[in-house]
Write a protein that binds this ligand. Structure first.
Ligand SMILES: [Mn+2]
Length: 322
């Protein structure tokens, strides 16, 4: 069995001591390996073998996200949310060597195995192809053969290209065609731009997948968007939320393998994630496609880490965890 490596450790920099405010509480105080039943578990899948372009690097993302994440305080002033009391367990990164379909089997069994430890699994990718095995692992844990498990994807792209092998542009096609593990309902949020042929919009219609474009989100706002998603899902079942950071405009998320102009604003993504977590019966979330080598001034790193913070805020607000 493949093991999680605790190959990432929070290390206090000497500057943290100098600037450390005795009135600050950091996220590190909520993360503890000894939690037997954490509210949230954190898993890293450092894999980017599914990216076909030259812009690889997403395998480095889990630890880069942690670098920002572990420097945040546990208070959100946007919504005046206090996070202390939430129990987070970081399982580290899965030991993934090489490339190929066996990697997806390892990820799937890992998600399935570790689900029982946390009420919500947060998965740090990795390129977007890791969502295929992660969803399947969660479905098998949660779905138990007869429960509905839905998929909500925030992404610039549709990811249903007609490849007979799994990659970051075809993983959703493979999932939708999977007889045993396809989602009961699927919604794609934030699509925009000129990077996808209309041919694939027809495929989505044929498979019953609903899309809520970036234009709709800009025009009608987060509340209407979340209502629309809830309507589409019909209030049924468990949900897995997959976030591809390239849904955000390239000016604010330059470190992706396929970013474009005309995307969501960072605030829209963060609000959308928080509200979805609060309003859906959520069991898993992933963040994918952040590729550290292409970042500028840690912009994308901090945004990806902020997405995780918003998930925690959504869980806290929903559970009323004390
Ligand atoms: Mn994408």
């Amino acid at each position: 069995m493949s093991q999680h490596l605790k190959n990432w450790k929070f290390e206090k920099s000497k500057y943290m001591d100098i600037f450390r405010d005795p009135n600050s509480s950091y996220i590190t105080e909520m993360v503890n390996d000894s939690f037997k039943s954490p509210d949230v578990s954190l898993l890293g899948f450092p894999y980017d073998g599914g990216i076909l372009s030259h812009r690889r690097g997403a395998r480095l993302a889990p630890d880069f996200i942690r670098k920002s994440f572990y420097n945040f305080t546990n208070y959100c002033s946007t919504h005046e949310t206090e996070l202390s009391g939430l129990k987070v367990k970081d399982f580290g990164n899965l030991d993934l060597n090489g490339e190929g379909s066996h990697i997806y089997d390892l990820i799937q069994s890992d998600v399935e195995r570790l689900y029982k430890f946390g009420k919500v699994e947060i998965i740090l990718g990795g390129d977007h192809s890791i969502t295929l095995p992660s969803f399947k692992g969660l479905r098998r844990s949660v779905g138990n053969g007869n429960r509905n498990v839905n998929l909500v994807v925030i992404d610039q792209h549709y990811d249903v290209r007609d490849y007979n092998f799994v990659n970051s542009g075809s993983w959703l096609r493979h999932l939708l065609l999977d007889k045993n593990d396809k989602p009961d309902s699927t919604v794609i949020l934030g699509s925009h731009g000129f990077r996808y042929p209309g041919y694939y919009a027809e495929f989505l219609k044929d498979k019953g997948v609903k899309t809520v474009s970036g234009h709709y989100i800009h025009t009608y706002g987060i509340r209407e968007t979340v209502k629309e998603v809830a309507n589409i899902l019909g209030g049924r079942g468990h949900t897995y939320l997959s976030v591809d950071i390239d849904a955000v405009d390239q000016a604010f998320a330059p470190a992706c393998s396929g970013s474009s102009p005309g995307g969501l604003m960072p605030y829209e993504l963060l609000e959308l994630v928080r509200e979805l977590v609060k309003n859906l019966n959520l069991d898993g979330v992933d963040i994918t496609e952040y590729s550290p080598p292409f970042d500028i001034g840690d912009i994308t790193q901090k945004l990806a880490a902020s997405v995780i913070m918003e998930v925690l805020c959504g869980v806290k607000s929903k559970n009323g965890v004390k």
